[in-house]
Write a protein that binds this ligand. Structure first.
Ligand code: NAD
Length: 260
């Protein structure tokens, strides 16, 4: 719920939504959109304390700063924030390197954040959703849950894994009023994309412009970056009653990338 608004008359009034990795990028856009629909938001992610406090004020949100690389911190967060009705597993990281040079500690970190953290938040959120007969689990996957690109072995492995995890959970919860779906964006202009440009330049020996035009947008037939608000709109739709029979799906928002 946005600051200053009355709690009546919005579709997600009375629902608590935890959005992981919502201090920037796609997660923040999803948190804003769900707040706009009346949900009570719990933000999570890394970042500057003052900026996060300003976001909490803007969205009327709570915040928990659990580092999702640590399962014990996830357990503490889920206990501290209480039951959630909408779980958006969005936090994620990228590392770009040829497989033979891929640092094992980077592999472990990408798996911990992009995949294991989703398992932990989900297992801890599901009992309340089942007992309540209503819940929405939305996982930010990626076009890389369907296709691969070189030099992203950990990311592609985790996003493919996330798609499989989501389908499994959807089947287990199919008769409980709880849905589980993936949203799979192509390239969205956020800090995550900005941050991988230098490594991609190094790995492929390309200029910044070549990485943007020849590597990133080369994948997207529309030749334009996906907007964070477009991803957030899909998340809002999946939370609605109209989406009650959509479960186990993996929604592409990728400008046609995975149609090829
Ligand atoms: P981003 O870097 O803007 O946001 C990542 C968020 O995760 C931030 O809030 C950050 O603080 C948080 N985070 C990072 N490490 C964390 C940790 N250890 N514990 C808790 N929070 C942590 O990136 P984004 O582009 O908005 O990415 C969000 C999701 O979207 C990711 O899962 C990413 O894989 C996916 N995605 C992004 C794109 C894209 O092009 N940007 C495309 C497809 C999928």
């Amino acid at each position: 719920m946005l600051k200053g608004e009355t709690p009546k008359g919005k579709p997600l009034n009375g629902k608590t939504a935890l959005v992981t990795g919502s201090t920037s990028g796609i997660g923040l856009a999803i948190a804003r959109a769900l707040a706009n629909e009346g949900a009570q938001i719990v933000l999570n992610g890394l970042g500057d304390e003052a900026q996060i406090a300003a976001l909490c004020d803007e969205l009327g949100a709570r915040y928990h700063g659990a580092n999702l690389l640590d399962p014990a911190a996830i357990e503490e967060m889920m206990r501290a924030i209480g039951p959630v009705d909408i779980l958006v597993n969005n936090a994620g990281m990228q590392h770009v390197s040829p497989v033979e040079d891929f640092a094992p500690e980077k592999w472990d970190a990408v798996l911990a954040l992009n995949l294991s953290a989703v398992f932990h938040t989900t297992r801890l959120a599901v009992p309340h959703m089942k007992a309540n007969g209503w819940g929405r689990i939305i996982n930010t996957a990626s076009a890389h849950s369907k296709v691969a690109s070189p030099y992203k072995c950990a990311y592609v492995a985790t996003k493919h894994g996330l798609a499989g995890f989501t389908k499994t959970v959807a089947l287990e919860l199919a008769q409980s009023g709880v849905t589980a779906n993936c949203i799979s964006p192509g390239y969205v202009w956020t800090e995550l994309v900005e941050g991988q440009i230098p490594d991609t330049m190094a790995a492929r020996g390309l200029s910044r412009e070549q990485v943007i035009d020849d590597i990133l947008l080369a994948k997207q037939p529309t030749k334009s970056f996906v907007q964070v608000e477009q991803v957030a709109a899909m998340a809002v739709f999946l939370c609605g009653d109209q989406a009650a029979n959509i479960t186990g799906a993996n929604w592409s928002i990728d400008g046609g990338w995975t149609a090829e």
